[in-house]
Ligand binder design. Structure first.
Ligand code: HEC
Ligand code: HEC
Length: 192
């Protein structure tokens, strides 16, 4: 049945069709907060970062199990809208089981090697760098391995920082970092 023009609901602003968002939230969790430690949360990641990563998945340059194929299905415009939507969502941390000695060591390493770009609980990351505190530990572990194996390419400065870290502190250094990132607890007012 036809409606008069003025009865057709018009979105107030350009919005991503909710079906497209639902494709993503099926894996990445409600509003992009993943419930699985194998799948990264994408809520609240920087808009430019989200766009860039989707491009990397599409063109290679970032290793993936599923995103490489999936990213092909979206136009630049859709990716921009998705990035806009997910960057506006609030990131939620989950309680993870950590070794506190490792986390303490990881904190020192983070300050020396990673904080200048990725920030931490007291300092916002540089634009374009994703936050690491509170991210899923399994996801971080695998993602770091992908950079080290060279199947994902980080920019030169970040590669340099990772290489120096591993040369001086070995795989244990990486593990300590992952425990530190996992040690960021959910905000107290959250229900988790
Ligand atoms: C079938 C499950 C699945 C679906 C559907 C899915 N993702 Fe993913 N996503 C993953 C997995 C798993 C990863 C980790 C990389 C990999 O192995 O593919 C990932 C990684 C990402 C990352 C990188 C996050 C980071 O921290 O760098 C972004 C961004 C992303 N997905 C966006 C999206 C968007 C946008 C959609 C919807 C169009 C979507 N994903 C749909 C499973 C999924
Ligand atoms: C010079 C700035 C810089 C430094 C130093 C740096 N990074 Fe990064 N890092 C980035 C940027 C930019 C990205 C996103 C783009 C990319 O993948 O290259 C990133 C991406 C990442 C990711 C992927 C996150 C995700 O959501 O998938 C991880 C994990 C990471 N960095 C860990 C580290 C660790 C650990 C250190 C310290 C040893 C470090 N980085 C040092 C800039 C930096």
């Amino acid at each position: 049945m036809l409606m008069a023009d003025d009865e057709i609901p018009q979105p107030a602003s350009p919005m991503v069709p909710s079906l497209t968002i639902q494709t993503c939230t099926g894996c990445h969790g409600p509003a992009g907060n993943s419930l699985s430690s194998a799948i990264p949360s994408i809520a609240g990641l920087p808009r430019d970062y989200l766009r860039e990563v989707m491009g990397d998945y599409r063109h290679g340059g970032r290793f993936s199990t599923v995103m490489g194929r999936l990213a092909q299905a979206y136009s630049d415009e859709q990716v921009a809208q998705l990035a806009d939507y997910f960057s506006r969502q609030t990131f939620k941390r989950h309680k993870q089981s950590v070794d506190w000695d490792q986390a303490f060591k990881g904190k020192q390493l983070h300050r020396l090697y990673c904080r200048q770009c990725h920030g931490d609980l007291n300092r916002a990351p540089e634009p374009g760098s994703p936050v690491l505190n509170g991210r899923w530990m399994d996801y971080l572990r695998w993602t770091l391995q992908d950079y080290l194996l060279g199947v994902s390419q980080a920019d030169e400065e970040m590669s340099g920082a990772l290489t120096r870290l591993v040369r001086r502190h070995g795989e244990q250094g990486l593990d300590a970092l992952v425990h530190y990132y996992g040690s960021a607890r959910p905000k107290s007012k959250s229900s988790e």
